[in-house]
Write a protein that binds this ligand. Sequence first.
Ligand SMILES: [Zn+2]
Length: 262
Amino acid sequence: MQNPATFKQYLLKAVTSNSDTLKIADVVLSDKNLKAGWENFKYPKVNFESLDPNTEGSKIYHELVQNPDEYVKYHTQKVVEILYFSDKDSIVDVQQIDYTLKDYEGVSAKGGNSPRINIVYSTQHIEKSAKESLYKLDFETRGVLYHELTHGYQYEPKGIGNYGNNKTFWACIEGIADAVRAEAGLFDMSTRKPGGNWMDGYRTTGFFIQWLTTKDPDAIRKFHRTATELDVWSFDGAIKQVFGPEASIEAMWDEYQEFLKK
Ligand SMILES: [Zn+2]
């Protein structure tokens, strides 16, 4: 806005110049400073490359995302806002993200560690989503990005080995990544069903962690922070750290299951 001011009503006029298709993305009207607490967030440098530019998926991606660098940067801040309290936290220092589109069978993956990470996104997966609808493509592309960017910015649990050799480590990492995606509103929540175990990882664990925000709006941030607070990380230890010594993972999971059955 050229002359910022507060009005009772706003009129948003959208016209197309030469085609029938009109795309509007992310119109936010707010009287709050949405960047409050995040003014000093350091955006990473983004290196975008399409390795297979002639694939249908690559072309569709460019239709959806006109400025991939800005698109990835925007989502890094959103991810960090869900994982951390403010820019004063010791945020994992990701300085560069190499983001590539590639023609392969799969969805997406993150590699490397801070300060430099890489994320690959499958053009075949883009094509599959686009076949359903443009809405589905947008929903899926953002959702997958939230998940992979979380891997770039999340703390790793201590004292229990690593991603490849310890199931609790793996379930924690993948659970938090899907919790962030769920918190961003980018999962079909009707796929949330009773059953499974907190150790199942991905959305089974992620939906559970996200549900904890019904008890404490900061539950995801606090749960994430336990990775630095506990010398030997465990789900039970994390639940106790967030909700007090009386709480336990078994009791919390049972309560969550009861909630799902309603
Ligand atoms: Zn993952």
